[in-house]
Design a protein around this ligand. Structure first.
Ligand SMILES: [Zn+2]
Length: 257
């Protein structure tokens, strides 16, 4: 499965943050290179990988902190399709409300990192820019007047790139994760909310939303400039949600067309 823990490997990097074990699978770095495009400046590549790491780690730690609040223990695994916060000890069965909060805590932590980066940049004299990219994705960026960051143009370019790549990855990653597509965070929160309010019918409805929105984003990613990675990710989500519906058996409301 696309989002499963790929298992330990010899090239894993392991450390702890806030008491949570973190394991980085080598495919994570492959994904960084793939998403960043090949560049011939090692400094820029290094900053890009550090920005993806900071954004994804902040996101997963949001999930694990919420899990801890609900009495669960967890570990973080970063792999080739992003990250996972895996519960390692659960005392109770998760309630729908705690599932919703745990799911939303990841994007919330990511946006908090983005806000902190914007505040630091503005304290250093930056102007905030925002708008929509050619693919229709919103972006925020920071811009400094020339020479404010450093008199050395190389250092200036690197610092500027560091701030803006964290912002770009954070907005992209966390907005993408909020899409109502299972098993992304937005899809998990929606499923828990629909199951809470509508029972088994809610589960089926959340899966159909997942199929439709996931397929639409995959098509947009192919037609526009969202890229192959986005198309594969959402295409897979839509397909696996469709298979989950088949496994549930056809509900009556969905049989009539
Ligand atoms: Zn998440």
């Amino acid at each position: 499965m696309l989002f499963q823990d790929p298992g330990p490997s010899k090239a894993d990097i392991k450390f702890r943050v806030l008491g949570f074990p973190v394991r980085i699978h080598p495919y994570f770095w492959v994904m960084c290179l793939f998403l960043g495009g090949l560049r011939n400046d090692p400094g820029i590549l290094f900053i890009w990988a550090a920005a993806v790491l900071a954004s994804t780690l902040a996101h997963e730690l949001g999930h694990t902190l919420a899990m801890r609040k609900f009495g669960e223990d967890a570990e973080v695994v970063l792999h080739g399709m992003g990250g996972l916060a895996i519960p390692t000890r659960t005392r109770w069965r998760r309630t729908y409300d705690s599932q919703i909060l745990i799911s939303l805590a990841g994007p919330a932590a990511g946006f908090a990192l983005g806000a902190a980066v914007v505040l630091i940049a503005m304290a250093l004299g930056a102007k905030l820019l925002s708008g929509f990219s050619s693919f229709g994705l919103p972006y925020i960026a920071v811009d400094w007047p020339k020479g404010v960051l450093s008199s050395n143009p190389w250092a200036e370019a690197y610092i500027d790139y560091a701030f803006n790549s964290v912002l770009w990855v954070t907005v992209y990653w966390d907005l993408m994760n909020l899409m109502p597509v299972y098993p992304l965070d937005g899809g998990q929160a929606l499923r828990a909310w629909l199951e809470k309010t509508r029972g088994g019918r809610g589960l089926t409805q959340s899966l159909w939303i997942s199929v439709i929105v996931g397929a639409a984003i995959a098509v947009m990613a192919i037609a526009g400039r969202g890229g192959l990675w986005l198309a594969v990710l959402f295409g897979w989500c839509a397909w696996s949600s469709y298979q989950a519906i088949q496994a549930l058996g056809r509900p009556r409301w969905a049989r009539d067309y």
